[in-house]
Design a protein around this ligand. Structure first.
Ligand code: SF4
Length: 235
Protein backbone atom coordinates (compact mmCIF):
# COMPACT_ATOMS: atom_id res chain seq x y z
CA UNK A 1 0.00 0.00 0.00
CA UNK A 2 1.42 3.41 -0.91
CA UNK A 3 2.37 5.62 2.01
CA UNK A 4 -0.03 8.56 2.62
CA UNK A 5 1.53 11.89 1.66
CA UNK A 6 3.30 13.64 4.50
CA UNK A 7 1.32 16.66 5.76
CA UNK A 8 3.00 19.86 4.68
CA UNK A 9 4.04 22.21 7.45
CA UNK A 10 1.45 24.97 7.84
CA UNK A 11 2.53 28.34 6.66
CA UNK A 12 0.71 31.40 7.77
CA UNK A 13 0.22 34.21 5.33
CA UNK A 14 1.36 37.58 6.54
CA UNK A 15 -1.42 40.03 7.32
CA UNK A 16 -1.77 42.56 4.51
CA UNK A 17 -0.52 46.03 5.39
CA UNK A 18 -4.02 47.46 4.95
CA UNK A 19 -5.37 45.00 7.53
CA UNK A 20 -2.62 45.87 10.02
CA UNK A 21 -3.44 49.55 9.60
CA UNK A 22 -7.16 48.87 10.04
CA UNK A 23 -6.44 46.85 13.21
CA UNK A 24 -4.42 49.60 14.87
CA UNK A 25 -6.83 52.31 13.72
CA UNK A 26 -9.70 50.35 15.29
CA UNK A 27 -7.79 49.69 18.53
CA UNK A 28 -6.78 53.36 18.69
CA UNK A 29 -10.35 54.53 18.10
CA UNK A 30 -11.58 52.22 20.85
CA UNK A 31 -8.89 53.46 23.23
CA UNK A 32 -7.65 56.93 22.24
CA UNK A 33 -5.32 57.49 25.24
CA UNK A 34 -3.79 54.13 26.14
CA UNK A 35 -1.59 54.30 29.24
CA UNK A 36 -0.02 52.05 31.80
CA UNK A 37 -2.32 51.08 34.66
CA UNK A 38 0.54 51.12 37.15
CA UNK A 39 0.32 54.08 39.53
CA UNK A 40 3.37 56.33 39.63
CA UNK A 41 4.23 59.98 40.10
CA UNK A 42 7.68 60.36 38.48
CA UNK A 43 10.16 58.34 36.39
CA UNK A 44 11.69 56.74 39.49
CA UNK A 45 8.40 55.48 40.92
CA UNK A 46 7.42 54.13 37.48
CA UNK A 47 10.72 52.27 37.26
CA UNK A 48 10.16 50.76 40.72
CA UNK A 49 6.55 49.84 39.89
CA UNK A 50 7.57 48.11 36.66
CA UNK A 51 10.33 46.15 38.40
CA UNK A 52 7.79 45.03 41.02
CA UNK A 53 5.24 44.08 38.35
CA UNK A 54 7.18 41.13 36.89
CA UNK A 55 4.90 38.09 37.21
CA UNK A 56 2.42 40.16 39.24
CA UNK A 57 -0.74 42.06 38.37
CA UNK A 58 -0.83 45.85 38.09
CA UNK A 59 -3.68 45.85 40.63
CA UNK A 60 -1.54 43.94 43.14
CA UNK A 61 1.44 46.25 42.58
CA UNK A 62 -0.72 49.37 42.95
CA UNK A 63 -2.14 48.03 46.20
CA UNK A 64 1.38 47.55 47.57
CA UNK A 65 2.84 50.82 46.29
CA UNK A 66 -0.05 53.05 47.47
CA UNK A 67 1.51 53.44 50.94
CA UNK A 68 5.11 52.98 49.76
CA UNK A 69 4.96 55.90 47.33
CA UNK A 70 3.44 58.17 49.99
CA UNK A 71 6.73 57.73 51.82
CA UNK A 72 9.19 57.21 48.94
CA UNK A 73 9.55 59.32 45.80
CA UNK A 74 13.31 59.24 45.21
CA UNK A 75 16.17 56.72 45.27
CA UNK A 76 17.59 58.32 48.42
CA UNK A 77 14.26 58.02 50.24
CA UNK A 78 14.21 54.34 49.22
CA UNK A 79 17.67 53.84 50.74
CA UNK A 80 16.52 55.66 53.87
CA UNK A 81 13.57 53.27 54.10
CA UNK A 82 15.96 50.34 53.79
CA UNK A 83 15.58 46.73 52.66
CA UNK A 84 13.40 45.56 55.55
CA UNK A 85 11.20 48.66 55.37
CA UNK A 86 10.68 48.09 51.64
CA UNK A 87 9.87 44.42 52.17
CA UNK A 88 7.20 45.31 54.71
CA UNK A 89 5.38 47.26 51.96
CA UNK A 90 5.66 44.74 49.15
CA UNK A 91 5.40 41.35 50.81
CA UNK A 92 2.05 40.68 49.09
CA UNK A 93 3.84 40.69 45.71
CA UNK A 94 5.38 37.50 44.37
CA UNK A 95 9.20 37.24 44.55
CA UNK A 96 9.23 40.20 46.93
CA UNK A 97 12.56 39.28 48.52
CA UNK A 98 14.54 39.40 45.30
CA UNK A 99 12.55 42.37 43.97
CA UNK A 100 13.26 44.34 47.16
CA UNK A 101 16.98 43.59 46.87
CA UNK A 102 16.94 44.74 43.24
CA UNK A 103 15.07 47.96 44.05
CA UNK A 104 17.57 48.83 46.78
CA UNK A 105 20.50 48.03 44.48
CA UNK A 106 19.08 49.98 41.53
CA UNK A 107 18.44 52.95 43.82
CA UNK A 108 22.12 52.88 44.82
CA UNK A 109 23.08 52.64 41.14
CA UNK A 110 20.86 55.59 40.19
CA UNK A 111 22.51 57.73 42.88
CA UNK A 112 26.03 56.55 42.14
CA UNK A 113 25.89 56.60 38.35
CA UNK A 114 23.08 58.91 37.26
CA UNK A 115 22.76 61.65 39.88
CA UNK A 116 19.56 60.06 41.21
CA UNK A 117 17.81 60.33 37.83
CA UNK A 118 16.38 57.55 35.67
CA UNK A 119 18.57 57.28 32.56
CA UNK A 120 16.95 57.45 29.16
CA UNK A 121 18.81 54.88 27.11
CA UNK A 122 18.12 51.17 26.95
CA UNK A 123 21.78 50.40 27.53
CA UNK A 124 21.88 52.36 30.79
CA UNK A 125 18.52 51.05 31.95
CA UNK A 126 19.30 47.36 31.46
CA UNK A 127 22.51 47.84 33.44
CA UNK A 128 20.37 48.52 36.53
CA UNK A 129 19.55 45.71 38.96
CA UNK A 130 16.33 43.88 38.09
CA UNK A 131 15.84 45.77 34.82
CA UNK A 132 15.55 43.71 31.64
CA UNK A 133 14.68 44.82 28.14
CA UNK A 134 10.95 44.61 28.81
CA UNK A 135 11.15 46.92 31.82
CA UNK A 136 13.47 49.28 29.95
CA UNK A 137 11.07 49.41 27.00
CA UNK A 138 8.11 50.21 29.25
CA UNK A 139 10.03 53.08 30.89
CA UNK A 140 11.30 54.44 27.57
CA UNK A 141 7.78 54.33 26.14
CA UNK A 142 5.82 55.65 29.10
CA UNK A 143 8.24 58.29 30.37
CA UNK A 144 10.29 59.31 27.37
CA UNK A 145 7.68 58.79 24.66
CA UNK A 146 9.80 56.40 22.61
CA UNK A 147 8.25 53.98 20.14
CA UNK A 148 9.38 50.87 22.00
CA UNK A 149 7.34 47.70 22.15
CA UNK A 150 7.64 45.60 25.29
CA UNK A 151 6.25 42.12 24.70
CA UNK A 152 4.56 40.76 27.81
CA UNK A 153 2.18 37.80 28.04
CA UNK A 154 -0.76 39.85 26.70
CA UNK A 155 1.12 41.30 23.73
CA UNK A 156 2.54 37.85 22.92
CA UNK A 157 -0.88 36.14 22.96
CA UNK A 158 -2.76 38.87 21.12
CA UNK A 159 -0.11 39.18 18.41
CA UNK A 160 -0.32 35.45 17.75
CA UNK A 161 -4.10 35.35 17.67
CA UNK A 162 -4.49 38.33 15.39
CA UNK A 163 -1.84 37.01 13.03
CA UNK A 164 0.71 39.75 13.56
CA UNK A 165 3.39 37.26 14.54
CA UNK A 166 4.08 33.58 14.88
CA UNK A 167 7.35 34.25 16.69
CA UNK A 168 8.31 31.72 19.34
CA UNK A 169 9.97 34.19 21.69
CA UNK A 170 9.12 37.70 22.93
CA UNK A 171 12.11 39.05 20.99
CA UNK A 172 10.85 37.47 17.76
CA UNK A 173 7.34 38.87 18.32
CA UNK A 174 8.84 42.29 19.08
CA UNK A 175 10.74 42.21 15.78
CA UNK A 176 7.59 41.25 13.84
CA UNK A 177 5.58 44.00 15.48
CA UNK A 178 8.20 46.70 14.98
CA UNK A 179 8.30 45.78 11.29
CA UNK A 180 4.53 46.09 10.86
CA UNK A 181 3.02 48.63 13.26
CA UNK A 182 2.08 51.77 11.32
CA UNK A 183 4.27 54.75 12.22
CA UNK A 184 1.33 56.74 13.58
CA UNK A 185 0.68 54.03 16.17
CA UNK A 186 4.32 53.25 16.98
CA UNK A 187 4.23 54.97 20.37
CA UNK A 188 0.84 53.59 21.45
CA UNK A 189 1.02 50.06 20.02
CA UNK A 190 2.45 48.59 23.22
CA UNK A 191 -0.39 49.80 25.43
CA UNK A 192 -3.07 49.23 22.79
CA UNK A 193 -2.14 45.54 22.59
CA UNK A 194 -1.71 45.07 26.35
CA UNK A 195 -5.05 46.65 27.21
CA UNK A 196 -6.79 44.78 24.40
CA UNK A 197 -5.41 41.52 25.79
CA UNK A 198 -6.20 42.35 29.39
CA UNK A 199 -9.82 43.34 28.92
CA UNK A 200 -11.05 41.76 25.72
CA UNK A 201 -8.77 39.25 24.09
CA UNK A 202 -8.40 37.38 27.39
CA UNK A 203 -6.34 34.21 27.63
CA UNK A 204 -9.11 31.74 28.42
CA UNK A 205 -12.21 33.45 27.03
CA UNK A 206 -11.62 36.13 24.40
CA UNK A 207 -14.70 38.31 23.93
CA UNK A 208 -14.64 38.17 20.15
CA UNK A 209 -18.35 39.00 19.81
CA UNK A 210 -17.63 42.58 20.92
CA UNK A 211 -14.12 42.90 19.52
CA UNK A 212 -13.48 45.91 17.27
CA UNK A 213 -10.87 44.03 15.25
CA UNK A 214 -12.67 40.70 14.81
CA UNK A 215 -13.06 41.38 11.09
CA UNK A 216 -9.32 41.19 10.48
CA UNK A 217 -8.26 38.82 13.27
CA UNK A 218 -7.00 35.40 12.13
CA UNK A 219 -7.76 33.53 15.38
CA UNK A 220 -9.39 30.25 14.37
CA UNK A 221 -11.51 29.82 17.52
CA UNK A 222 -13.26 33.16 17.71
CA UNK A 223 -16.10 33.14 20.24
CA UNK A 224 -19.30 34.35 18.67
CA UNK A 225 -21.31 34.65 21.89
CA UNK A 226 -20.74 35.47 25.57
CA UNK A 227 -19.76 32.42 27.69
CA UNK A 228 -23.16 32.04 29.39
CA UNK A 229 -24.90 31.57 26.03
CA UNK A 230 -22.22 29.46 24.50
CA UNK A 231 -21.80 27.37 27.66
CA UNK A 232 -18.12 28.23 27.91
CA UNK A 233 -16.22 28.77 31.14
CA UNK A 234 -15.75 32.39 32.19
CA UNK A 235 -12.25 33.87 32.25
S1 SF4 B 1 -11.54 38.50 17.53
FE1 SF4 B 1 -11.23 37.43 19.46
S2 SF4 B 1 -9.23 36.45 19.29
FE2 SF4 B 1 -9.35 38.06 17.72
S3 SF4 B 1 -8.44 39.87 18.67
FE3 SF4 B 1 -10.65 39.98 18.97
S4 SF4 B 1 -10.96 39.06 21.00
FE4 SF4 B 1 -8.93 38.42 20.30
Amino acid sequence: MPKPPRPRPQTRRKLPKADVEAIFDALGTANPSPKTELNYSNPYTLLVAVVLSAQATDVGVNRATAKLFEQVQTPQQMLDLGLDGLKSHIRTIGLFNSKAANVIRLSEQLIGLHGGQVPRTEKELVALAGVGRKTANVVLNEIFGEATLAVDTHVFRVSHRIGLSSGKTPDAVERDLLAQVPQRWAKDAHHLLILHGRYLCKARAPECWRCPIALWCRFADKASEPPAKAGRPTA
